[in-house]
Design a protein around this ligand. Structure first.
Ligand code: ITT
Length: 186
């Protein structure tokens, strides 16, 4: 049986993180050259559900993943706008916005939409609580990794190996739910 899953993303780090998890369940993750359909919405679930509805069903399962960093003192900003905010003000900008903040709590969320060859759509989510550090630390990973420290460790995502990040990450949690669902369904 073909156990390939296609992923519509321009972000190679996502593939690097998700592929080893899916591999432990026997699935092979491959990039798919599909147009990126992204609406603005308040939740990541809505964003990926919309994208999944608007991509064609293929002969293999297709997934779309969207992630965001929700900072409590900023009332959830940048959340669904994380891509744009990273491109514009970046980690430095988030740290500046938090200069006066006493509460540095944040949560990283991931939502994955699965579109099956029959056209059905399912959503899987994962979240990791943590805090925004005082300064960027570490060189690994991507995006806001240097400023996000998950609960239960003193390292930022950027100070972790890929395997370590997968022990804590929002994306790893959502990916495991997807893998378990596909395994139970097959
Ligand atoms: P897609 O093509 O899959 O949409 P993207 O890079 O735009 O890739 P997202 O929209 O899911 O990814 O994520 C928005 C931004 O949030 C992303 O550009 C990063 O800056 C940040 N981000 C997402 N996941 C992250 C992670 O695990 N660690 C650090 N930053 C992350």
């Amino acid at each position: 049986m073909d156990k390939t899953i296609l992923i519509a993303t321009k972000n190679r780090y996502k593939i690097q993180e998700m592929a080893p998890i899916l591999e432990t369940y026997g699935y092979k993750l491959q990039p798919a050259d599909l147009p990126k359909i992204e609406i603005q919405a308040d939740t990541l679930q809505e964003i990926v559900a919309y994208a999944a509805r608007h991509i064609p069903a293929l002969d293999k399962p297709v997934i779309i993943e969207d992630a965001g960093l929700f900072v409590k003192a900023l009332k959830g900003f940048p959340g669904p706008y994380s891509h744009y905010v990273y491109q514009t003000i970046g980690c430095k900008g988030i740290l500046q916005l938090l200069q006066q903040a006493t509460d540095r709590t944040a949560v990283f969320q991931s939502a994955i939409a699965l579109k099956t060859p029959t056209g059905d759509t399912y959503i899987f989510t994962g979240e990791t609580m943590g805090k925004i550090t005082a300064e960027p630390r570490g060189t690994g990973g991507f995006g806001f990794d240097p400023i996000f420290q998950p609960q239960g460790t003193d390292k930022t995502y950027a100070e972790m190996t890929l395997q370590e990040k997968n022990l804590y990450s929002h994306r790893a949690k959502a990916t495991k739910k997807l893998a378990e669902f596909l395994t139970a369904k097959s």
